[in-house]
Design a protein around this ligand. Sequence first.
Ligand code: S3P
Length: 207
Amino acid sequence: MPETASPAGASASQEAEISAALGTRSVVLVGMMGAGKSTIGRRLSARLRLPFLDADMEIEAAAGMSIPDIFETHGEPHFRDGEARVIARLLDSGPAVIATGGGAFMREETRSRIGSRAVSIWLKADADVIMKRVKRRADRPLLQTADPAATVGRLIEEREPVYQRADITIWSRDVPHEKIVDECIDALHAWLCHNGAETSNTMGATQ
Ligand code: S3P
């Protein structure tokens, strides 16, 4: 990179290098409900000039019904089977930026598909941030419990050991979205273009 390159030029070339290195692979965002997978994913896709795919929306379109209705009518196991099928299809249509539902990465089959067809980013958020965000919407069947905060705590405990198998970890916190997107771009660049397997990719932990 010439020293005279402007920051904007440097960033644009970083993004182009990421796209080239991805080839047909996608970028998949994993993590808890309310971690910002759709919000960050949409912005990240614009920066990388890739389509944005929201797995939850694709599941609803394929089923012709909302996620709460799928849970109520057919139960969670049926939802999980559909979720795995939809994500497999989305991965085959890459490259794209794909936001997955919070439980998707827990399934071994889906994790292994993501491992071979994508680079995964865990958007890690703490319980307070998650609770603040999920309170805004009542459409998450798993949180229709007497004590949603306790449910979130239990899910975090169960899921974090699995989420941490993602290639990259980014702390999702209350800072401007573009800052989180910048951190995703930097980490993707390190991972894809500088032999990131050697790099510890947890970013944003101390800001
Ligand atoms: C779920 C998360 C939801 C949705 C479904 C189940 C989960 O997606 O897939 O309600 O198991 O955590 P978001 O993570 O996009 O809210």
